[in-house]
Design a protein around this ligand. Structure first.
Ligand code: PSU
Ligand code: MN
Length: 303
């Protein structure tokens, strides 16, 4: 198989220890260098501090690497957007041409699952874009959540997306959307969105029980656990939404489409907020790394 699982991850999986997958598009396309590398390495550290083993996933020379080295993470951060962003449909070409590829939520789920990893921590997932009724732009992440058995811990979805439509698609695909300590879907930079999640969990055990119940039912597909950004790091909803509206306007004027939308919007929002959104983004990923690892640990302990 065209995948390489690192020794530590392989051993941890064999021993039933909690392993947490991490994506590489957030490194190469989601944040600027050098904050991207610093964040990726800190996230790995947080996973370890909470009793887990991190596995940062990416494609190197056509091989799906499950558990990148520090040097490889550094390389993804430095090369940034020059590494192609790889979603499900791009995988065969990247593998066949032995290229590098940054894995999105969808492809990180695929490689995690092939490697036997059941938990994956990130910042935000892709979803239904605003205006999808004319563009049909719906992230392949949602499709993947509908079919691949990996639990994804994130801070909800950004308001660059159409959140009500995103929830509708997740419902159609049979993906349970849990709120960690909340009944509301968090909107990434903010803790609230005015939309309800399917179920509120109050601690790692309640979340792990649901993952186990879904596994026992042999229901294919992922579970989305949405964990709100800590209060002290969250942004003012009106301000950030105005920034996002401006960024979308500029994107439309420039004719940016398809897979370039999300990276453009993330960079634009960071630029307009003079780095404030980036700081919030980093903090929420750290928080997700902690909670995600505790859930994975709880799941493994009871297995
Ligand atoms: N949302 C973020 N940060 C990110 C992404 C989304 O807040 O880095 C990345 C993830 O890798 C996600 C991808 O899987 O963007 C979704 O892209 P698209 O909308 O083209 O499917
Ligand atoms: Mn898209």
């Amino acid at each position: 198989m065209n995948i390489r699982v690192n020794k530590e991850v392989e051993l941890a999986l064999k021993e039933g220890k909690p392993v947490v997958a991490l994506e590489s598009t957030i490194i190469s396309h989601g944040m600027p260098y050098p904050q991207n590398v610093e964040t990726a390495l800190n996230v790995e550290k947080i996973v370890r501090e909470n009793g887990g083993v991190p596995a940062t996933i990416g494609i190197i020379d056509g091989v799906g690497v499950v558990g990148m080295s520090e040097e490889e993470i550094e390389e993804f951060g430095k090369r940034g957007m020059s590494i192609p962003k790889v979603s499900r449909r791009d995988m065969p070409m990247v593998m066949a041409s032995k290229s590098w590829g940054a894995t999105t939520v969808a492809t990180t789920m695929i490689l995690a699952s092939l490697g036997g990893i059941e938990f994956f921590v990130t910042g935000g997932i892709g979803g239904v874009h605003r205006g999808a009724e004319t563009t049909f732009d719906i992230s392949a992440d949602l499709e993947e959540l509908g079919r691949t058995n990996v639990t994804v811990i994130c801070a909800g979805a950004k308001a660059i997306l159409d959140l009500p439509k995103t929830l509708e698609v997740l419902e159609t695909k049979g993906v349970p959307v849990l709120g960690y300590g909340t009944e509301e879907l968090p909107a990434f930079y903010t803790r609230t969105s005015g939309l309800k999640v399917d179920y509120k969990v109050n601690n790692p055990k309640e979340a792990a029980d649901i993952v186990r119940a879904k596994r026992d039912l042999k229901l294919d597909g992922g579970i989305l656990i949405t964990n709100p950004i800590p209060e002290e790091d969250s942004m003012d909803a009106d301000k950030i939404n105005a920034v996002i509206d401006n960024a979308i306007k500029e994107m439309d004027e420039k004719g940016i489409k398809g897979k370039d939308c999300t990276p453009f919007l993330l960079a634009k929002v960071a630029e307009i907020t003079e780095g404030k959104s980036l700081a919030a983004n980093i903090k929420l990923v750290y928080n997700n790394a902690k909670i995600g690892t505790l859930i994975a640990k709880e799941y493994c302990d009871e297995n």
